[in-house]
Design a protein. Structure first.
Length: 40
C-alpha cells in the first residue's frame, strides 16, 4: 500500500465514463492531476 498509482487505468475509465476518485489523494497537486484526467 502507498506505492504506485492507477493513473493509466483512471485515465482510460474517466475518458469514457463518469467516475469519482477519493482514495490516495493527499495533495492539491494530486487532486488537480486526477481532475485533469476527467474524474469528478
Amino acid at each position: 500500500m502507498g506505492t504506485g498509482t492507477n493513473d493509466k487505468l483512471l485515465r482510460r475509465v474517466a475518458s469514457v465514463l463518469p467516475c469519482r476518485v477519493g482514495g490516495g489523494i493527499r495533495t492539491i497537486d494530486r487532486a488537480c492531476e486526477v481532475l485533469e484526467y476527467g474524474a469528478e
